[in-house]
Write a protein that binds this ligand. Structure first.
Ligand code: GDP
Ligand code: MN
Length: 365
């Protein structure tokens, strides 16, 4: 789960990481009642990075400008995402921009702190052009992460002595957040040093591990806990052919078939092993929620999953959607009964997945 900047900053503040003074506005709010008498930054609250480069960050220095810029942002899409909320912050007098993040290094199986004195830009770019400007530190999770370790990191980066304490303190607290909240990634870019020598998290990215939601009481986790729990694995994609299979491998192979035939999958949906009629119905309803879907490719290899159960689910849902094109590949346990059910309802099926895929693409073209 990705948090919005304003949510992440709320947590930063609780942990004592300095963030700029701010307030949040929502689309539709009465902007006339808001008084702006100093320079502010208007930041679109969307879950994509690099907002600055695409006009998602605007500046204003009085009320009139503020209203104009806020309306401009609310009427804009930032990298395809509609702007519903804007974080309005005091504008910081920036002297320097640093970078700090903590991620999980899956090769080393350890959290990794990344620090750079070259912030405010893409870290990938810095890594490529000036790798010497990046400090990496792996954390040994068996030992406590003590403040002196954070100070080592910034000393390595050759920060001026008056900044070391403040920046190290941010890193120390950032790791505390990372650990306490079961984060998978936390990033401050830029970590700002102001002209008067103070440190601020000017931006905030925080990704939390969904599977840890149950052990947290944060508001944002509540929302996640209340989300529908699907009895299958579903990943929405940007094509228009929904792919449903049983087993991740078979579903991926089905996606390959669609890709090889020149079309793009609209999703990956693995109904898992032993899915019953109800699960199949839910799966089909889920893919039909996506309005881009023009066709559905259903690929079932019956083992503990019974073809008759799957067939029943298919007829119940798809007879209500006469316009949707679909092809079924089905074989294995109770194949004969399943086929009979499909035949009785005039639903085409194949036992070869390549044939089923071809048939569907023909219908769609
Ligand atoms: P991102 O583009 O989505 O990463 O959004 P950021 O919050 O990082 O803002 C992008 C850039 O806008 C920063 O790197 C800064 O250069 C600039 N910016 C953001 N906030 C301030 C501010 O308070 N003062 C000044 N002077 N610049 C800011
Ligand atoms: Mn940023």
């Amino acid at each position: 789960m990705k948090l919005h900047e304003y949510e992440a900053k709320k947590i930063f503040k609780e942990y004592g990481i300095p963030v700029p003074e701010s307030f949040l506005i929502n689309k539709g709010d009465d902007l006339n009642s808001i008084n702006v008498d100093k320079e502010v930054v208007l930041k679109a609250q969307v879950l994509v990075g690099g907002r600055g480069k695409v006009g998602g960050i605007l500046f204003a220095s009085n009320k009139e400008e503020f209203i104009k810029k806020a309306n401009e942002l609310f009427n804009k899409e930032v990298k395809g995402e509609k702007v519903e909320k804007i974080l309005v912050e005091e504008k910081l007098p920036i002297e320097k921009e640093y970078y700090v993040s903590i991620i999980i290094d899956r090769d080393a199986k350890k959290p990794l702190i990344i620090f750079s004195t070259k912030g405010g830009v893409d870290i990938e770019e810095v890594a490529e052009r000036e790798p010497e400007k990046i400090i990496k530190y792996h954390i040994d999770i068996k030992k406590p992460f003590l403040p002196y370790i954070a100070r080592w990191i910034v000393k390595d980066a050759k920060l001026p002595s008056n900044e070391i304490g403040k920046v190290a303190d941010v890193i120390y607290k950032l790791y505390k957040i990372f650990k306490d909240l079961d984060a998978t990634m936390v990033e401050i870019n830029p970590l700002v040093i102001t002209k008067d020598g103070n440190v601020y998290a000017a931006d905030a990215v925080l990704h939390l591990d969904d599977d840890a939601a149950f052990r947290h009481n944060y508001e944002m986790f509540e929302e996640y806990k209340n989300k529908e729990k699907l009895p299958f694995a579903y990943v929405e994609l940007d094509g228009d052919v929904a792919v449903i299979g049983n087993g991740a491998g078979l579903t991926l192979a089905s996606m390959d078939i669609i890709n090889n035939l020149g079309r793009k999958p609209a999703c990956f949906l693995d109904i898992g092993g032993g899915a019953d009629t109800e699960t199949v119905k839910l799966a089909l309803k889920k893919v039909l929620e996506n309005k881009n879907v023009k066709g559905i490719f259903i690929n079932i290899l019956g083992g503990i999953t019974r073809c008759d159960e799957v067939a029943k689910g298919i007829i119940e849902v798809l007879k209500e959607h006469p316009n949707i094109k679909f092809a079924v590949r089905m074989m294995g346990t109770n194949e004969e009964i399943g086929k009979k059910i499909l035949e009785e309802h005039g639903i085409p099926y194949e036992t070869s997945m390549e044939e089923a895929g071809k048939k569907l693409i023909e219908m769609l073209s």
